[in-house]
Write a protein that binds this ligand. Structure first.
Ligand code: NAG
Ligand code: NAG
Length: 268
């Protein structure tokens, strides 16, 4: 009998904590933002408190470093990588218990990318929630070049000054408008290098047999920065002798041959 009473009490206590303790309802952190865009972002942390909760503390961590703290009724403060980068007057709500829960960050840059954790505690309870934020730099240039050989053509797609490391893919018979018209070209070589500014230069080489390339074939190159939704597409029309340092002996022969026939015809 005493055991049953104890078990009942224990279960009830558990339920009571879950229902009425401090609880983070959601945290809102942008998935990806452009570096140095000069526009502010808001990282929000919405929580519910019990009416009698005391000693509220709201903290934000970036990659496990404390970057923001609000202990009402004191004013909020920001630290470390976010020192002088947060609008400490920004109010997420009019409620005394959640007014300064959010961080409005001026002009986010790559130095403040990473895992954000909102940590809320009271005298009796605590809760936290985390989300990742990527700060990216779009490429400064991107181009496709072709080099023709006797029986094959190499297409090179190069992008410069991107951050973080992007992925490149090349396609044949490329149409921007519908994705089902894409034939992936085999990548035969790729390279990546880091610039002095910490960005990346990347290129890939894809090859295709000349026999499989009609003049006017559209070659597409797609750059993606994983985790950001950022996509850039460049396209290039294939013509046998348009670019390329190798020339296209086959076509040259053809032109010479027709010139020759023309001349022969004239003489006859
Ligand atoms: C992002 O922008 C800041 C400010 O202009 C700059 O210092 C930083 O190097 C940039 N990051 C990258 C990876 O280029
Ligand atoms: C094309 O590019 C690859 C990789 O860089 C290279 O090995 C090859 O010799 C190039 N030429 C042809 C004809 O494939």
């Amino acid at each position: 009998m005493p055991l049953t009473v104890f078990a009942w009490f224990f279960i009830t206590f558990e339920v009571w904590v879950q229902v009425t303790g401090i609880q983070i309802n959601y945290i809102k952190v942008p998935m990806a933002v452009k570096n140095d865009s000069k526009s502010a972002i808001v990282l929000d942390c919405d929580y519910s408190l019990r009416p009698d909760d005391t000693y509220l503390v709201v903290k934000w961590y970036l990659n496990d470093d404390l970057v923001y703290q609000w202990t009402p009724p004191q004013a909020p403060q920001s630290f470390g990588p976010l020192k002088n980068k947060v609008d400490l007057k920004y109010r997420a709500s009019g409620d005394q218990n959640s007014m300064y829960r959010a961080m409005k960050i001026f002009n986010p840059t790559t130095e403040i990318a990473g895992e954000y954790k909102c940590f809320v505690s009271t005298f009796t309870d605590e809760d936290f929630s985390m989300k990742n934020m990527i700060v990216f730099v779009p490429e400064s240039a991107m181009e496709i070049t072709q080099t023709s050989y006797d029986h094959s053509v190499n297409f090179t797609c190069a992008a410069t000054e991107v951050y973080p490391t992007p992925k490149l893919f090349m396609y044949k018979d490329f149409r921007d408008d519908h994705h089902n018209g894409k034939n992936r070209l085999q990548t035969v070589h790729w390279d990546i290098s880091k610039t002095n500014g910490g960005r990346y230069n990347v290129y890939i080489v894809a090859t295709e047999r000349t026999a499989n390339l009609k003049p006017g074939t559209l070659i597409g190159c797609e750059l993606r920065i994983p985790g950001t939704g950022y996509v850039k597409i460049k396209s290039h029309l294939f013509y046998p002798v348009a670019f390329g340092n190798g020339g296209y002996p086959g076509l040259r022969h053809q032109i010479l041959l027709s010139l020759f026939s023309f001349v022969s015809f004239f003489v006859l």
